[in-house]
Design a protein around this ligand. Structure first.
Ligand SMILES: *[C@@H]1O[C@H](CO)[C@@H](O)[C@H](O)[C@H]1NC(C)=O
Ligand SMILES: *[C@@H]1O[C@H](CO)[C@@H](O)[C@H](O)[C@H]1NC(C)=O
Ligand SMILES: *[C@@H]1O[C@H](CO)[C@@H](O)[C@H](O)[C@H]1NC(C)=O
Length: 529
């Protein structure tokens, strides 16, 4: 070690010593694809600020892994299946949700969704077991003395690790189907009268019929649909901890919930002090484009360009769909950059270029960009909001229809149906969004709302993680509702008690009256006698 290195090392040690929570150790339980893309932004920022970040990844991991520019540590555990198996599982899941579920009647569609969710749940459970039942790995993790566990709440296990390692827990979350984690584990009050349940595709201004629909969906999620095989997880968690417990209860121990949306996209609803909304934390000002791409963009002249991507999970679409899309794109005066990895469509116009990968944020931030054709994944939606770009939404699965509907409700998007869309539908939607100035104005309004925050979303996310490390948790922000049973929470016991009191008082008064009346009647009778 040179003198200079040694002094830098000592300086860092000194700073760590005087600022508790400054150089913490973070253990991460991640999820694949867009969830990882988003979480990695937080992790890179934590590393920048001197924290030590370790991500637990399986040997089957797809996107998650070491990269040259990042000094995140990776602890690899051996998964019970291969990378190909995992990729296939995701493909099946996306394929079913995109192409098949929507065609089925409501009930069958949810039954099928339940089936694929439960296969996914079992897979995650086998991953979790590979970590938790591995004594030497757990010993190593125990020895590392982490200050916080950061977990994606869409896949269980983070909460179990947090419990076993006696370490506070911070969740990163977009949503759980039916808001189940948010409601039952987080304790968020979400009245069905004005909070549309996620996946319902409703807005916050509901007619009576829509409120009936929303209530029915709430009941469906509350009493029937399970995102995870809860019985199996409850058993597993109880076995590991040696006491009866449930997944919901364990998730309820989270110190902080960082939700990846904000009031620019979300409809307002009540929240709790241990929730923060950090949507768009990954967005940044645009960087210059690669030279070839910049030349193509500039060649569009005053018409500008349209950016088209269906996200990190869908690289291509079926050939006939691709032809429908390509012939619509060929008819607009704009140039189009399309992220597509399939067979080149026959109807591809000379104004459209295909790319295996595009720097989406930089393109959306380019002054020549007029519109974004998007599937409605949260990351892409936020990049469009950040840069004020109107959207043509072609939602495929998950929260995408909801996201697009939110932006449609706010006047910055037109929705096109993926299953039934014709070339004309897509063309009309594109022309509307590009030529009707209200879409651009509304997109700019959302952008202003997004930027008008006292602290950037990424800084807030990092603040809360450091806060939890500094204060050894944030249990003081957790409301006491977690210690109540459901009937106590709704005050049913108190209401019942008060009702009994009222009934008793009424009964006693009635009895007294009757008694008195009887008496006076009797006395009257006596007097007469
Ligand atoms: C990372 O660096 C190594 C060696 O410097 C190089 O061979 C490899 O291609 C790089 N990988 C990426 C993804 O840039
Ligand atoms: C839907 O899932 C089944 C098995 O669960 C699979 O065989 C099928 O290929 C999937 N469909 C699509 C379109 O991916
Ligand atoms: C348990 O973890 C250790 C350390 O990470 C690893 O070397 C070992 O192969 C794992 N054992 C099993 C059975 O997966």
């Amino acid at each position: 070690m040179s003198m200079k290195q040694a002094s830098v090392f000592l300086l860092i040690q000194f700073i760590c010593y005087i600022r508790p929570g400054a150089c913490g150790k973070v253990l991460v339980w991640p999820t694949e694809y867009s969830h990882w893309i988003n979480m990695k932004i937080i992790l890179d920022e934590l590393v920048q600020r001197g924290h030590d970040v370790t991500v637990l990844i399986s040997s089957a991991s797809i996107l998650i892994g070491p990269s040259n520019e990042s000094s995140i540590n990776f602890e690899i555990y051996s998964a019970p299946l291969s990378k190909d198996d995992l990729e296939y599982a995701f493909e099946k899941w996306v394929g079913n949700w995109t192409y098949e579920l929507k065609k089925l009647p409501f009930w069958t569609s949810y039954s099928k969704l339940q089936k694929i969710s439960s296969e996914y749940s079992d897979m995650i459970e086998s991953f979790c077991k590979a970590v938790v039942w591995n004594k030497s790995l757990m010993k190593k993790l125990q020895g590392s003395k982490f200050d916080v566990v950061l977990a994606d709440a869409l896949v269980p296990c983070g909460e179990l690790l947090s419990e076993l390692l006696k370490t506070p827990l911070v969740y990163s979350l977009r949503f759980c189907p039916g808001y189940k984690c948010e409601k039952y584990s987080g304790g968020l009050p979400l009245p069905p009268s004005y909070v549309p349940v996620v996946l319902s595709e409703l807005s916050d201004h509901m007619t009576f019929a829509e409120r009936v629909k929303n209530m029915l969906q709430v009941l469906l999620f509350d009493f029937w649909f399970q995102t995870f095989n809860e019985k199996s997880w409850n058993q597993f968690y109880s076995d590991v901890l040696g006491r009866p417990t449930t997944l919901t209860e364990m998730m309820g121990k989270a110190d902080i919930w960082l939700v990846r949306t904000f009031w620019d996209l979300k409809f307002p609803h009540p929240f709790l002090p241990n929730f923060d909304f950090v949507g768009g934390l990954h967005c940044k000002p645009a960087k210059p484009l690669p030279k070839e791409m910049e030349e193509f963009v500039q060649s569009s002249g005053e018409h500008g360009v349209v950016v088209f991507s269906l996200g990190s999970m869908v690289k291509n679409i079926k050939e006939e769909k691709a032809n429908v899309v390509a012939s619509a794109l060929a008819q607009i005066p704009q140039k189009v950059l399309w992220r597509f990895d399939g067979k080149k469509p026959d109807t591809l116009g000379s104004n459209t270029r295909l790319y295996k990968w595009i720097p989406q944020n930089d393109l959306l931030g380019h002054p020549k960009t007029k519109a974004f054709i998007a599937h409605g994944g949260t990351n892409g939606i936020y990049e469009a909001i950040y840069h004020g770009i109107p959207i043509v939404g072609i939602p495929l699965f998950g929260d995408q229809p909801d996201n697009i509907n939110h932006i449609v409700a706010k006047g910055a998007a037109v929705r096109v149906d993926f299953d039934t869309m014709s070339t004309t539908d897509l063309l009309t939607a594109l022309k509307t969004v590009i030529n009707d100035p209200s879409y651009k104005e509304n997109a700019m309004r959302l952008s202003r709302i997004h930027h008008d925050q006292p602290m950037k979303p990424l800084d807030r996310a990092v603040f809360w993680i450091e806060y939890v490390m500094r204060n050894k948790g944030a249990k003081h922000l957790r409301p006491a509702l977690h210690d109540l049973t459901w009937f106590q929470y709704h005050s049913l016991d108190v209401i019942g008690f008060l009702l009994v009191c009222v009934v008793a008082v009424v009964f006693i008064i009635a009895k007294c009256c009757l008694f008195c009346c009887h008496k006076t009647a009797n006395m009257g009778k006596k007097k007469k006698e």
